[in-house]
Design a protein around this ligand. Structure first.
Ligand code: SF4
Length: 65
């Protein structure tokens, strides 16, 4: 699975950073940057939690082609 962020929708709350510290971070402009290209195991579990916690549904998991 792959995690994607809709940067236009993201409001920079940072809740996803707490849910998925292994998977993403904020850059200097408070934009979400995805660090892990292909997710599995603990990283996937964190990504799923981040998708659930984002208040504006800016994150989504998609199958990695
Ligand atoms: S929780 Fe959602 S709105 Fe907040 S920084 Fe993460 S992706 Fe953006």
């Amino acid at each position: 699975m792959k995690l994607e962020v809709d940067v236009k929708r993201c409001e920079g709350h940072g809740l996803c950073l707490q849910a998925a510290p292994q998977v993403l971070h904020h850059n200097e402009n408070s934009e979400v940057v995805i660090d892990v290209e292909v997710l599995s195991g603990e990283a996937l579990a964190q990504a799923e939690a981040a998708v659930r916690i984002c208040p504006v549904a800016a994150l989504r998991l998609t199958p990695k082609p």
